[in-house]
Design a protein around this ligand. Structure first.
Ligand code: SAM
Length: 287
């Protein structure tokens, strides 16, 4: 098998120059140029031959090479078509890796998994494009993908939001989606100097281990409908947020009753409720 060689400034610059490419800000391209980081990510994800890794945004293939060395198979989804010839070269020799040319928000991940994973356990591993981290993560979690873990490089502030609790300004739908579906654990902080070009923000690698025993799909959907409505109008009371959200589909008397039977004051705001309180409220609203 070939050896990973791209996680160095000179190697990344050389491959971009060879293909006449520049990093594209519109796609959130900040490529890793410090070998320690992809090594640590692969180690934290505990990638082994029994795993199928899904990588979102392989870029020039830097992290992909490390994953391909260890995993049974890798599915790498890249939106920037300009990078496809680069990936053909940098991933040549890694027969276990498939590059999918697509926007991750539009691709059917379940279909990719059933086509390529061959029954292996699925791990999502990625240095995510920061401009769409939240929609990518929310859609994967809410779709209930059969992934055992998500090991992700994200903007530091987003990692803080994932771990925030009630009452904090960082607390919101992302915190609840992450904490409901997974157990989050910080792996490491990564300074801007580890990327080309350097991002203006700090970065964090976070590992989200998927929890067992999630609610059935219908109940999960109802729970996140309530959570999204609660944070959709953050400054309003929870009662008003639920009342004004068309997708809630419950009349105002029932909303008031549900809040009362959960022991919640009429003027409470969504940001004060714990995950357990949201679960109880969703149950009362829809049971
Ligand atoms: N994995 C590489 C690395 O670590 O050096 C690149 C990471 S870079 C932060 C993010 C990558 O995601 C870029 O290659 C970018 O083109 C890709 N990307 C951005 N938006 C995307 C989307 N909607 N779907 C798939 N890939 C996307």
């Amino acid at each position: 098998m070939p050896q990973p060689y791209l996680a160095k400034p000179a190697a990344a610059i050389a491959v971009l120059q060879k293909y006449g490419l520049h990093t594209q800000k519109k796609y959130g391209q900040n490529f890793l140029i410090d070998a320690h980081i992809p090594e640590k990510i692969t180690e934290a994800a505990e990638v082994g031959s029994e795993d199928c890794c899904i990588e979102i945004g392989p870029g020039i293939g830097t992290l992909t090479q490390y994953l391909a060395e260890k995993a049974g198979c890798v599915i790498a989804i890249e939106v920037d078509k300009g990078l496809l010839p680069v990936l053909s070269e940098t991933l040549e020799g890694y027969g276990n890796t498939t590059v999918i040319s697509a926007d991750v928000l539009k691709v059917d991940m379940r279909e990719l998994i059933s086509r390529y994973a061959e029954g292996r356990q699925v791990k999502v591993v990625a240095n995510l494009p920061y401009y769409i981290t939240t929609p990518i993560l929310m859609s994967m979690l809410e779709a209930g993908l059969p992934a055992v873990s998500y090991t992700l490089m994200v903007q530091k502030e987003v990692a803080d939001r994932m771990q925030a609790g009630p009452g904090s300004k960082d607390y919101g739908a992302l915190s609840l989606a992450v904490q409901y579906h997974t157990e989050p654990e910080i792996v490491m902080q990564v300074p801007p100097g580890c990327f080309l070009p350097q991002p203006k923000v700090g970065s964090t690698v976070i590992r989200l281990k998927t929890r067992d025993g999630l609610l059935p799909e219908e109940e999960r959907k109802a729970l996140f409908k309530v959570i999204r409505a609660a944070f959709g109008q953050r400054r309003k009371t929870l009662y008003n947020s639920l009342r004004n959200a068309p997708e809630i589909g419950v009349d105002k008397e029932r909303i008031a009753q549900a809040l009362e039977s959960c022991g919640l004051r009429a003027d409470v705001r969504g940001e004060a409720l714990s995950l357990e309180q949201f679960m109880e409220l969703a149950e009362k609203l829809y049971s």
